[in-house]
Each structure stands twice: as C-alpha cells, then as structure tokens.
Design a protein around this ligand. Structure first.
Ligand SMILES: NC(=O)CC(=O)C(=O)O
Length: 280
C-alpha cells in the first residue's frame, strides 16, 4: 500500500492577463516538481481574477480551453498528479467554478463544480454573490492517487461540514479545497474551518489560495495543510510562494483507532448526515 505523498501547494499571483497567469502557473509547477512535489495544486481562479464581473470573460470549455491544455501538458511533462485549482467553466449558457485533476499521462481524472455558491453579505465587510453569474454543481467528486482516496471541494464548500463528513464516510483521507477567502472572513475563519474539518473527520485538509493582490477582491492567502489530528503542518504567508508537506494517509488510521469517534456516534439519537444520499 502506498500511502505517502509529497504535496506542493502553489500560492500564485493572479492578474488580468490570462496568458501571463498560465505562464506563471506553468513555471511554478515546474519548480514545485523540481523540489519533490508529487501532488501539486493550484488555487481557486488561477487563470482569472476572482469576481463576478470577470467570470464570463475568462470562462473556458473543459477540456478544450487553453487552461486545460496547460494543465494537461504540465501534468504529462512533469509526471505528476496536478490539481488544477479552479477556472470559470463555460458549458452551454452556464458558467461554473470548476476544479479539474490531471494524472501523469496528462488525462483528466476528476472534475468538480463548486456545489455551494459564495453568496454572503457582511455590512462593512464583504458582499459577494457568485450566484449572480455562476451555476452550482450538483455532484461530489473523489479520485485515487497511490492508495489515498481524495475528495474535492472549492472554497465556500469547506464551510459545510456535511460535505466533508460524506467524503470521510466514503473513505477519503484527504480533502482538497482550492479557495480564496478574503480580508474579512480570512482572519476569522480560514484556519479554524480547516482544522475543524480535519479534526471532525480525522483526515488531511489542504487549501490553496491565490497570493494576496492589491485591488478588487483581495485574497487572504495562507494556503494550508492540516493533519488528521487538527495540527497545521504547513502554512504560507500572503505573497506568492510554494509550500510543501509530506502526507501519510496511515496517520488517519492511527487517529481513527486511538480516538474512535466514527463508531461512537449515537445515530439512535441523531441521524443527520448518515441518511443523506451521497452522490459518490
Ligand atoms: N470565496 C469563497 O468562496 C468563500 C469565502 O471567501 C468565505 O467563505 O469566506
């Protein structure tokens, strides 16, 4: 059983020039591979600024667009598993916020559309309404790398504990969330939520943010890897950087054995997530 993998999280700068964004991402993927990354991940909206006024202009069909091509070529060239952050995806007259995953042959092995759209209103803080322009996905998505089952979510999805629980119940040991929290919610919730999902479900949680910009939607940064004990293994600052962490899925089994909450749940008293229909 191969349960160990070196993850590299690319917290790249994202600007208005799509070609430049792709070039920069491609260069950083090569660097991450050089430093031993096997599972390399990009942030939410790595090809486009994050904002409802940009999604339409930057949306691409998957796998036909230039971003998919760069991801496929990079995965194949460097013989890596590549989490393609997210891009605005055009499908007919709909736009989704979509994460793709590519294997070392350059084939797309998973595609996930953000299920929970980021619609919030914090007066004096941030108001955002993804649903003005985006459609929500309706399907959970998992894939296997070595012997590690991995579940996907995108940013706001990490706030929904049922989603993480369903992934855990389906056997996931690692959850990956490309995400771009902001200067209001980032300091309050970014680390807390990830440690909560990791601790509740006794699995690794990885998040990848864009680097902090200066104008428009300002991302919080601080890409993070949390282990199944809830401990933060690696955390970026807010500028462009790559962080690395060694993940060993056996660690999940250890925690689950030593603190066996999975078998201790009182489903005779509460029965919430276990009755949901999981679509994975
Ligand atoms: N941008 C998001 O999807 C989520 C976010 O910033 C938050 O939940 O806060």
């Amino acid at each position: 059983m191969s349960t160990k993998i070196r993850a590299a999280l690319i917290q790249c700068k994202v600007g208005k020039d799509r070609q430049e964004n792709l070039k920069n991402a491609s260069k950083l993927i090569a660097l991450a591979k050089e430093k031993g990354g096997e599972l390399i991940a990009l942030p939410e909206c790595f090809n486009s600024p994050y904002g409802t006024n940009f999604f339409n202009e930057y949306a691409e069909e998957i796998p036909n667009g230039p971003s998919s091509k760069m991801l496929s070529d990079s995965a194949k060239k460097h013989k890596i598993h590549l989490i393609g952050g997210t891009i605005p995806e055009k499908d007919g007259n709909k736009i989704y916020n979509t994460c793709t995953v590519w294997n070392p042959d350059g084939n797309m092995i998973a595609k996930y559309r953000k299920i929970h759209l980021f619609d919030i209103d914090i007066p004096g803080g941030i108001t955002f309404k993804e649903s003005d322009i985006l459609s929500a996905g309706n399907k959970m998505e998992t894939f296997l790398v070595k012997d590690i089952k991995i579940g996907l979510g995108i940013c706001y999805d990490m706030r929904f504990e049922e989603l993480a629980k369903l992934y855990r119940l389906s056997g996931c040991k690692l959850l990956i969330y490309p995400g771009a929290f902001n200067m209001t919610t980032g300091p309050m919730h970014w680390e807390l939520i990830q440690r909560s999902r990791a601790n509740d479900n006794q699995l690794y949680v990885v998040s990848i943010s864009p680097a902090r910009g200066e104008k428009g939607y300002i991302s919080w940064g601080h890409s993070q890897v949390t282990d199944p004990w809830g401990k933060v293994l690696a955390k970026a600052g807010h500028e462009e950087e790559i962080i690395y962490a060694d993940i060993d899925a056996n660690e999940c089994d250890k925690v689950r054995q030593q603190i066996p909450i999975e078998n201790q749940r009182r489903l005779d008293i509460y029965n919430t997530v276990s009755t949901c229909k999981s679509k994975i």
